[in-house]
Design a protein around this ligand. Structure first.
Ligand SMILES: Nc1ncnc2c1ncn2[C@@H]1O[C@H](COP(=O)(O)OP(=O)(O)OP(=O)(O)O)[C@@H](O)[C@H]1O
Ligand SMILES: Nc1ccn([C@H]2C[C@H](O)[C@@H](COP(=O)(O)O)O2)c(=O)n1
Length: 229
């Protein structure tokens, strides 16, 4: 293929909730000057739209329609990614725990995933893309030159989430958070459509006890070896 037809490079960062995908993806995109895709925000927006419209979360057809007609866009404001659903800013609303669980359920529906597939691929633009989610390396960008599967123990992920919520003034028990994390892991890993799993050619990185700077350093080293060399 000539250089003219070459698609912009993609770095995929998949992994379970709280493994640090979003944090690393944002830092990496900033460092490389690449576009950022937070694919989870799309599923969360679809879940919030369904909850707002009181759509039954077991009604696959109705949820597929919600995803097909999803009026969502991303805007950057003060260096932060803002999520706008039907003209209303929902950046914080989509992070609520009830939306997290609903997003995981909605994301298990094949029609919903199909409806959001091209929308995710459209983010692939020059000079490159960093995409985080569950199936970026397996389904959405199978030809990505750099694929990372980021993990951390469930206990560490629950502690990170607790600290994150505490900073926002929200107090939640560690036990409840651990339960939610395990439930969401099980739902995301065991569904039939694009389950959470590392791509065969992904590099697995366990961030338990590894700080953000060091995780970023390891991912940057992969990018340098596979894209920038
Ligand atoms: N290596 C790390 N060490 C310590 N804390 C971390 C590390 N990586 C991320 N964190 C912190 O953990 C929290 C969760 O990280 P983040 O939101 O990036 O995870 P995520 O995998 O994108 O989760 P989700 O899938 O639920 O959106 C954040 O507060 C972040 O600062
Ligand atoms: N590529 C993706 C991204 C997200 N999901 C689902 C699974 C998660 O439980 C939920 C929320 O994602 P998060 O914001 O926590 O990354 O959305 C998915 O199935 N595929």
């Amino acid at each position: 293929m000539s250089d003219k037809n070459k698609l912009p490079p993609v770095v995929t960062i998949d992994g379970p909730s709280g493994s640090g995908k979003g944090t690393i993806a944002k830092l990496l995109a900033d460092r490389l000057g690449f576009i950022l895709l937070d694919s989870g925000a799309l599923y969360r927006a679809a879940a919030l739209a369904a909850l707002d419209k009181s759509v039954d979360l077991s009604d696959e057809e109705a949820l597929t329609q919600v995803a097909k007609s999803l009026d969502v866009h991303f805007a950057v404001n003060g260096g932060q990614l803002r999520v706008v659903l039907e003209g209303r800013e929902v950046t914080d609303d989509i992070r609520m725990e009830r939306v997290s669980m609903a997003a995981s359920s909605v994301a298990a529906i094949p029609g919903v995933r199909a409806a959001l597939l091209q929308r995710q691929r459209d983010f692939r633009m020059a000079p490159g893309l960093v995409a985080d989610g569950r199936d970026m390396g397996t389904t959405v960008f199978p030809d990505a030159p750099v694929k990372v599967f980021l993990t951390a123990s469930a206990e560490e992920r629950a502690r990170r989430r607790e600290a994150q919520l505490r900073e926002k003034g929200v107090s939640v028990s560690l036990r409840d958070l651990l339960e939610d994390i395990r439930a969401r892991d099980a739902q995301d890993m065991n569904r039939k459509a694009s389950p959470l799993a590392p791509a065969e050619d992904a590099v697995e990185l366990d961030s338990t006890g590894v700080d953000i700077e060091e995780v970023l350093r390891r991912v940057l080293a992969l990018v340098q070896a596979r894209i920038q060399s």
